[in-house]
Design a protein around this ligand. Structure first.
Ligand code: NAD
Length: 259
């Protein structure tokens, strides 16, 4: 029997066919999950076209900074899926361009708040709405996507690195509190993958070369490998795992990257 037969997964963060969220959607669908994609309005045309590749995908529009739109997404999922939700994927991040171009010490209050709101708080905003739906199913799994710049200085990531630290800490606090409802909360921490969000970081292509040289497996991470790791964490195979940050990075994080 497929691992996720009869399960429903709500996925935030599909922008195009390179998005990590799209690879995750494909992996979950492959194992029998019914997919709901919550997309940002400006991505609508591409997402509608992509979604035809996974039969029966439900599409809902949502800007994660808008509480009413978030309420509407979870209300629609509840209405369509008999009040229940099994899997929530948060694969959303944004920092204003200027904050990634300037030095970190020049970060503005507004840029800091926007980055934290979209890239970190949105996980909490989603989790609080998912809770009653997952309780209705006797439990669930929540997964987000972080990056190693939260753990050490990777100078190009600036305010986004700070948001990733808050995101990882949110994973631990949510896992700590939601465990009693049989809800697991985890993150994947992928190595660099060439996506829309990643290309917003200056020097990204050079970083791919460096990564390839230093990672123990000497392989660039593929989207589908992130999808498979996400599938594992959301499936019953990971039933004893919560509050975990799983590196999916060909081993790069264990190396002395200054060598
Ligand atoms: P992506 O550009 O395909 O995905 C980012 C998504 O965030 C897009 O779908 C975009 O629509 C969404 N988004 C941004 N602001 C939003 C808002 N206000 N409301 C709703 N949605 C909004 O890029 P990606 O690389 O797939 O990024 C997905 C996640 O993976 C991000 O959290 C990113 O930091 C993380 N990540 C990416 C890499 C990488 O190298 N690509 C590595 C580690 C972690």
């Amino acid at each position: 029997m497929p691992l996720l037969e009869g399960k429903t997964a709500l996925i935030f963060g599909v922008a195009n066919d390179r998005s990590l969220a799209w690879a995750i959607a494909q992996a979950l669908a492959r194992e029998g999950a019914r997919i709901v994609i919550a997309y940002q309005e400006r991505m609508e045309r591409l997402v509608r076209r992509l979604a035809t590749e996974i039969p029966d995908t439900l599409l809902v529009r949502c800007d994660v900074q808008d509480d009413q739109q978030l309420d509407a997404v979870f209300a629609e999922v509840a209405a369509v899926f008999d009040g229940g939700l099994d899997i929530l994927i948060h694969s959303v991040a944004f920092a204003p361009k200027q904050e990634l171009e300037n030095r970190f010490w020049q970060t503005t209050r507004e840029g800091f708040q926007t980055t934290m709101d979209i890239s970190a708080y949105s996980l909490v905003a989603m989790a609080r709405r998912a809770l009653p739906l997952m309780q209705a199913r006797g439990g669930g799994s929540i997964l987000t996507s972080t990056y190693m710049a939260s753990e050490r200085v990777i100078s190009e990531y600036k305010v986004m690195a700070i948001a990733k630290s808050a995101l990882e800490c949110s994973v631990r606090y949510l896992a700590g509190e939601l465990g009693e409802y049989n809800i697991r909360v985890n993150a994947v921490s992928p190595g660099p993958v060439n996506t829309l969000a990643a290309r917003g970081v200056s020097g990204f292509i050079d970083f791919l070369d460096d990564f390839n040289k230093k990672a123990p497996l000497h392989r660039i991470v593929e989207q589908s490998q992130v999808g498979d790791a996400a599938l594992f964490l959301c499936s019953p195979l990971a039933n004893a795992i919560t509050g975990e940050i799983l590196h999916v990075d060909s081993g790069y994080n264990i190396m002395d990257t200054f060598a």
